[in-house]
Design a protein around this ligand. Structure first.
Ligand SMILES: [Zn+2]
Ligand SMILES: [Zn+2]
Length: 336
């Protein structure tokens, strides 16, 4: 079968590899759709640890083609979405119901072969059932959505409240929709690209600001009477960390979701945090949220088609991952 393999740092190729077999407790998934994620680009550049060589692809959906020994939840033919993150179940974090913080976390499409391939073998416990007639492209959104849901859980948005979202990529645009579903009265998206601001407004944001043209801290404070109840940082750059904390209302929640380069330091002002009681809540990966993400995708409550800006085959994966996102790019979907 064909697979897009990360061979070594900055070296990726689509090649013919042996078709995997479902081992004991595993299912073999015929991949129908897989999303390219910003993390894939970090992995390509060696900025995020992976196995090498490895087949990338951690956001995917497909049908169960065969089952391994002892598999009980699937018989074959089902449409499934895969939670790529495999927790050990026995370390202190796992024992405390925080599998995203597992000391021995492994991941499909990161440390073992993933979904940029015609087939992938995965433990059955990582697979979640989707309705058979669901568009598999929508199913492929379950993984990023599951991570967003963890952030939304941490954000504690209240009906009628205000939410500011920094970053207008696929994550920011999913967060806009989720904030609306939570009942936020004001949903403010902050991003440089005009096309993304327009899309956010189309998806239900009430306001969209360009940080290169507007003092966003003042704008959000004016609009909300002192700061947003919740701020969700999805850009992962020092500037949005600084402005995001500053535009959170006294007593509000600042959710850290964007991935900054490891080792990056950003100055904070403890006095301001103290007297304003701004709570910084990091939200990492998808602990126990993949099932809800799959259910939400299946419900049709989210606008996902608009977020897909390009669809490619396996042969073009390396070219997309090896380059910076194109202007206007939101989500690239691979259809093997
Ligand atoms: Zn991802
Ligand atoms: Zn663990």
């Amino acid at each position: 079968m064909k697979a897009a393999r990360l061979e070594s740092v900055s070296e990726m190729a689509t090649r013919s590899v042996e078709k995997p077999i479902a081992g004991p407790g595993e299912i073999l998934v015929k991949v129908l759709a897989a999303g390219i994620c910003g993390s894939d680009r970090h992995m390509f550049k060696g900025e995020y640890p992976t196995a090498r060589p490895v087949t990338l692809g951690h956001e995917f959906c497909g049908t169960v083609e065969s089952i391994g020994q002892g598999v009980t939840r699937f018989s074959g033919g089902e449409l499934v979405t895969i939670d790529p993150n495999i927790a050990c179940g026995i370390c202190p974090a796992c024992r405390n119901a925080q599998p995203n913080l597992c000391a021995r976390l492994t991941a499909i499409g990161v440390t073992r072969d993933g979904g940029f391939a015609e087939h992938a073998a995965v433990p059955e416990g990582q697979a979640f059932l989707l309705p058979a007639d669901l568009d598999p492209v929508h199913g492929a959104f379950s993984e990023p959505l599951a991570c967003c849901l963890h952030a939304i859980d941490k954000a504690e948005i209240r009906s009628g409240g205000s939410v500011a979202i920094l970053g207008g990529g696929v994550i920011g645009l999913l967060m806009v929709q989720l904030a609306k579903l939570e009942g936020a009265a004001k949903v403010i998206l902050i991003t440089r690209q005009a096309s993304r601001r327009q899309m956010a407004l189309d998806l239900g944001a009430t306001h969209a600001f360009d940080p290169s043209a507007t003092d966003t801290v003042s704008a959000v404070r004016d609009l909300t009477g002192g700061g947003a109840d919740v701020v969700i940082e999805c850009a992962g750059v020092p500037e949005t960390l600084r402005t995001g904390i500053a535009m959170t209302r006294r007593g509000g929640n600042f959710v850290l979701f964007g991935v900054t380069p490891a080792g990056l330091e950003v100055p904070i002002t403890p006095f301001d945090l103290l007297v304003n009681e701004v709570t910084i809540r990091p939200a990492y990966l998808n602990p126990f949220t993949h099932d809800r993400a799959a259910a939400l995708v299946a419900s049709g409550a989210l606008e996902l088609d608009k977020l897909v800006t390009k669809t490619i085959g396996l042969d073009d994966v390396a070219a997309v991952i090896g380059q910076s996102p194109e202007a206007g790019e939101i989500k690239v979907i691979v259809r093997p």
